[in-house]
Ligand binder design. Sequence first.
Ligand code: DOR
Ligand code: ZN
Length: 407
Amino acid sequence: MRTTTTTTTTEHRITMLLLLRTKTASMSRAVFGARHNRTELETSSSSCYNDHHHHRRHRHQEDNTLRTTARYPLRQNGRRRRRCVASKIYSSSSSSSSMDDFLTITKPDDWHLHVRDGSKITSVVPHTARQFDRALIMPNLTPPVRTAEEAGTYRKLITEAAKETNARFEPHMTLYLTDETSEAIVEDAAKSGYVRGFKLYPAGATTNSSFGVTDVKRVMPALRKMAELGLILQVHGEVTHQTVDIFDCEARYIDEVLKPLLDEVKDLRVVMEHITTKNAADFVSTFPEDGRLAATITPQHVLLNRNALFKGGMRPHVFCLPILKREEHREAVLNAAVGTKSERFFLGTDSAPHPKGAKESACGCAGVFSAHAALNFYAMAFDSVGKLDKLEAGKNYGEMVDMTEKI
Ligand code: DOR
Ligand code: ZN
């Protein structure tokens, strides 16, 4: 997988203390599963909006060289153990840590992130800014972020919220594509310098998607203009027909919408967001043109299969859309991330915080919050197939654009 980078200078290198001796299964449990899942994700969801104590702990630790990004108190065999997953920022190239315990990679970017609005921004953003220098910010606020001007205002708030943690943090923006998105809106977006593309939510597919696209035919002029101006279409790839099983919505979207769209708008660059199926992994890996189609991959879709939703009872904190799939799909997505076409797959957490009460509800919101330990989660998944060496790769999201231009 491409963990894309802004720079390769040594002070931007991040070293993660990993728990390499722990088996993946128990790591997954520690992060998302069973009682530990409850503890970890409850903490993270509530800490997004309410738990300032959690933030104070981080601030205190930032005074030292070692920045702890997450601590997992684990109970194993009846005994309580503390394990620490930490990241360490170095100001020089020296990395004297033991190979067994540390992995050093160039600092990556998060190409799919929700940071919400209002006071939530200041709670959520520092988690990402601690591990990343850049992120692509999703526009599904209420009302959505539809113009470059609105994105500019939003971007300033995010930069401000990140400043104390990481003054280098750059939010990159994507605008919410609606049936009304005009060519003029696309032109303004291209001129802005900070808008990377447009996010296509099929209307009704997910959280705050009611302003989304009702039929791709309606946005063809905007899509053609995007192709002309080099903006990237980020797609939530799920059909919304009530008659289609929730586990099949992604596969159906590829056949019914994505393939025809890529055929019709020849120069359009598309990122299929948060892929969850073998169908999507294969589709992206085997797409004939380099640089025109890529995908983002979340931590939960490479760590968990759909059993996690029901393990010992309903697990609202691992409910997201697209929903977790069968084990064979989890494996296929992880294999794509570490495989021979890995440069087509980008890190995109889709970290999507909701208030605790909105998750633990009779009609709980979709979204997994993972920003507090995003890199660690990916490292666990990659380690589970012995491919930690694949966690780092050099190319950046923008180079997808350049690659296409060379074709
Ligand atoms: O699970 C999800 N949560 N999927 C999405 O597509 C949106 C996101 C959110 O905004 O909460
Ligand atoms: Zn998302």
